[in-house]
Design a binder for this molecule. Structure first.
Ligand code: G6P
Length: 608
């Protein structure tokens, strides 16, 4: 969602903050701003639009100082214009605040503040915070921030500076990630480690309810009672090259091409060949506890929800455990049936999605064991889940998720292998799954090596107005994911459907203008899918088929075919996803979309 970066130390702050914002821009990108302590007071620059505009403004009208905060925004309250861009200031321009999250009681607080003479200039919920801090200010910035935060409800990650207490940054977190970066005689605050990775790898992850007070001499973590807290220092193991584009035109393309390595990293060290099972050290559950699981609830959003649907299929087929997959945003407000014998699997690339986090906490409150399948190390879900499986896919910057999806499916396959072997899966079957997993990286590479074929297909279909994606069994979720990728970045309307269910509605849309992508590898439902292909062709639909071998039953029925290597049924989504990601990517590029920063979307949705 929005991004925050702040710095205090000996260096000139503006270029550091702009650089940090650029690395955060993938999270949100409709406006941006910066506040610097210039020796006399707080000076700000704000723009609507991208960081590059802010950079130009700062070049034309420089800001000098060695302490400052900055923000890139993804609008929740108020239009994405210059006035609503952060930082927000009080009337006297003595206090500046940047904020991620939502203040839920902002309108009530605003009314009271206005009655007391405060004049608001923006439509944002954030501005309430500035006026609350202003009203509470005596002599210490952290005390004023604590006073203000005691009055607000909702979620926040904030950074605050003030000319009335000019040598420090005060940051606070509740429900929106924030960390402190430790340099050599310099300190950072950031919503995401990528903002500061060029300068330090030592970070302190703030917990909900923590405040951090940073100055040139050090940092302190305190709570809302001003009690000093001890928080451990973590080391980030990503390097800068991983968050740079490395010669690719877009992060999304780079991440698609990384999948042979990322899938390999998800598997690495987790296969026990002699026992034909998986070793998942983060699961923290004994064999007895795993056997005692009555049911599984998988909760997630977006692409992660799609991988959850594939996990449901795997776990039911092989581990024979009843599984339900829930949108986290729905789960959290229902009255779900969850007991101490429920395993709640929480899937999230970022580990910070607000609905997913809330769903996990709800499941925990009801006594369920929670297991996070997360990519970002040290993220909130990773920390709060009772057990975890990290994806080890490295930073995913492209807003449309690609490598996280394939790694999630692989992580779910590993979990299924482990649970399955404890129950009904034979050693022979276990070995078959292991061999199929081991083959994936080179099979993905074989597909990537043929990316030009998909690029040519994209040229053919780049003007389509609608797309239908159909699949069955394991590849119904793949159809959903293929459609999501296309709509996210190309803005073409696309729907994913179970291939047979098409007859109950979408078939009405099929004509010679409707491209229909069939995910039709040679699996246990292939013959059924082949019949659905016939139904589309009979109505003159244009059929693109992802197949895995020459299929006589499809002869003359498909217009374009892309063949993927064969694998076991449960892993077909991993291979089928690759051409679908490439198709969405190339169509979007050919239509001139901003692939890495599609309109209205955010990488990490930290508001409800
Ligand atoms: C956003 C992103 C999607 C992602 C979803 C869930 O919508 O744009 O790519 O799938 O959030 O994110 P998570 O980090 O929880 O997997």
């Amino acid at each position: 969602m929005c991004g925050i970066v702040g710095y205090v130390g000996p260096r000139v702050v503006t270029p550091l903050l702009i650089e940090g914002l650029k690395r955060l821009e993938y999270r949100g990108y409709d406006s941006a701003g910066i506040a610097v302590m210039n020796g006399k007071g707080v000076e700000t620059r704000k723009v609507a639009g991208k960081i590059s505009r802010l950079e130009t403004v700062v070049k034309d009208s420089p800001l000098t100082g060695t302490l400052g905060i900055a923000h890139t925004r993804w609008a929740t309250h108020g239009a994405p214009n210059q006035v609503n861009a952060h930082p927000h200031l009080d009337e006297k321009h003595e206090i500046a605040v940047v904020h991620n999250g939502i203040i839920e009681n902002a309108s009530v607080l605003r009314r009271t503040l206005e009655e007391h003479g405060h004049v608001f200039t923006s439509d944002t919920d954030t501005e309430v915070l500035v006026h609350l801090i202003e009203a509470a200010f005596e002599d210490s910035l952290e005390d004023a921030v604590i006073d203000a935060l005691r009055q607000v409800e909702g979620a926040y990650g904030i950074a605050v500076v003030s000319s009335r207490d000019p040598n420090k940054i005060v940051a606070a977190r509740k429900g929106s990630p924030l960390l402190v970066g430790l340099g050599d005689g310099e300190y950072y605050v950031a919503s995401d480690a990528s903002a500061i990775l060029a300068h330090t790898r030592e970070v302190v992850y703030m917990h909900d309810g923590d405040l951090a007070v940073l100055d040139r001499h050090g940092y302190r973590i305190i709570d809302l009672n001003s009690t000093t807290l001890t928080r451990g220092v973590s080391k980030i193991d990503w390097d800068l090259a991983q968050i740079e584009r490395g010669g690719f035109a877009h992060f999304m393309l780079k991440e698609i091409f990384e999948q042979p390595q990322t899938v390999s990293s998800t598997i690495a060290g987790r296969l026990l060949l002699d026992q034909a099972t998986a070793k998942l050290s983060g699961t923290n559950l004994t064999e007895e506890e795993l056997l005692a699981i009555d049911n599984v609830v998988i909760t997630a959003c977006g692409t992660s929800w799609h991988s959850g649907l594939i996990g449901e299929h795997m776990l039911e087929e092989l581990a024979r455990i009843p599984v339900e997959v829930e949108y986290a945003s729905e789960f959290r407000y229902r009255n779900p049936i969850v007991t101490e014998r429920t395993l709640c699997i929480v899937i999230s690339q970022s580990g910070e999605t607000a609905d997913t986090l809330a769903a996990m906490r709800e499941a925990q409150r009801r006594g369920a064991r929670t297991l996070g399948i997360v990519n970002v190390v040290g993220s909130t879900i990773a920390r709060e889940a009772a057990a975890g499986i990290y994806l080890h896919a490295g930073p995913e910057i492209g807003v449309a998720s690609t490598k996280a999806f394939t790694s999630q499916v692989v992580a779910l396959a590993l979990l299924t292998l482990k649970l399955g072997r404890l129950r009904e899966v034979s050693a022979l079957r276990g070995t078959e799954i292991i061999e199929a997993l081991q083959a994936l990286p080179s099979q993905i590479q074989q597909i990537l090596d043929r990316h030009h074929e998909i690029e040519a297909l994209a040229e053919e279909f780049k003007r389509a107005q609608n797309f239908l994606y159909l699949g069955r069994g394991y590849n119904f979720p793949t159809a959903l994911e293929g459609a999501l990728k296309l709509k996210e970045i190309s803005y073409i309307h696309a729907e994913g459907y179970p291939a047979a269910e098409m007859k109950h509605g979408p078939i009405a849309l099929i004509d010679e203008l409707m491209p229909v992508v069939f995910i039709a590898p040679h699996d246990s439902v292939f013959d059924k899918v082949a019949s659905n292909v016939q139904e589309v062709k009979a109505r003159n639909g244009r059929v693109i088929a992802i197949t895995s071998r020459e299929e006589p039953s499809l002869a003359g029925k498909i217009d374009y075919e892309f063949r993927i290597p064969e694998t076991i049924d449960m892993l077909t989504p991993v291979l089928a996803a690759i051409p679908l990601q490439l198709l969405a990517y190339y169509i979007a590029v050919k239509r001139g979309s901003n692939v890495d920063q599609p309109r209205n979307l955010a990488k990490s949705v930290t508001v409800e």
